[in-house]
Design a protein around this ligand. Structure first.
Ligand code: ZN
Ligand code: ZN
Length: 224
């Protein structure tokens, strides 16, 4: 696993196998906030990669989940086994994570089970997450799941899009429990109206410029 530098103090570890991408936001004290955490299958490799960035377990402050699915949340269980961290998720998906609802968190899709995860903060539309130099606004973007969020840094025009939209105009599945095509179209319409340079999705390649183009491609693809 290798960390790709997106901008100063923001890195991406591209997901291996079914794992989600893991984003690392670093503050001035070298504390780190992760966005999504993979399945946990490659947890030791994750710790090694973080080590290369001079971040050890003690420096991990928390994880923000873009949504509840196991390929993003499984790694949180591994982290919580080692130490106490903050876990943030939208209030709708938080409920299923706290129940360890295998059907909704889609753990069965990966032949796994999710241990219930205690959520420290329930996110909702409009919340601000300030960490280091970054100011992320929580955008509630249902469609892939009902409690899916994107994180938007308006100043830097960076969008962490979870499984709502991928590079090249791909979108996440909307046929899983709590998914909705109608919601997804509405969410993509909304995202197409904000200025996005860097599009950092939950899977696959990151986009370093003209992220808007990829969102518009997704919207065109899904609408027609
Ligand atoms: Zn995913
Ligand atoms: Zn997903």
């Amino acid at each position: 696993m290798q960390a790709i530098k997106v901008v100063e103090n923001l890195y991406c570890i591209e997901g291996r196998g079914f794992d989600s991408n893991i984003y690392i936001i670093i503050d001035e004290d070298r504390k780190a906030m992760l966005v999504d955490c993979g399945t946990g299958l490659y947890f030791n490799q994750l710790l090694n990669t973080l080590d290369k960035l001079n971040i050890d377990l003690e420096n991990i402050k928390g994880v923000i989940l873009t949504h509840m699915h196991f390929d993003h949340s499984g790694g949180v269980v591994k982290l919580l086994e080692r130490r106490s961290i903050d876990v943030l998720a939208h209030k709708i998906d938080a409920k299923y994570l706290e129940e360890g609802d295998d059907e909704y968190v889609f753990a069965w899709g990966f032949g796994a089970k999710l241990k219930p995860i205690k959520i420290s903060a329930y996110l909702e539309e409009g919340n601000n997450i300030n960490f280091g130099d970054f100011n992320f606004k929580v955008l509630h973007t249902p469609g892939h799941t009902k409690g899916s969020i994107c994180l938007y840094d308006e100043e830097r025009k960076i969008l962490l899009s979870g499984d709502t939209v991928f590079a090249g105009g791909g979108v996440g599945r909307f046929d899983l429990p709590s998914g909705s095509l109608k919601d997804l179209i509405n969410s993509l319409e909304r995202l197409s109206k904000i200025k996005v340079d860097k599009l950092l999705p939950g899977h696959g390649e990151i986009v370093t410029e003209n992220g808007n183009l990829h969102i518009k491609l997704a919207l065109n693809w899904i609408k027609y």
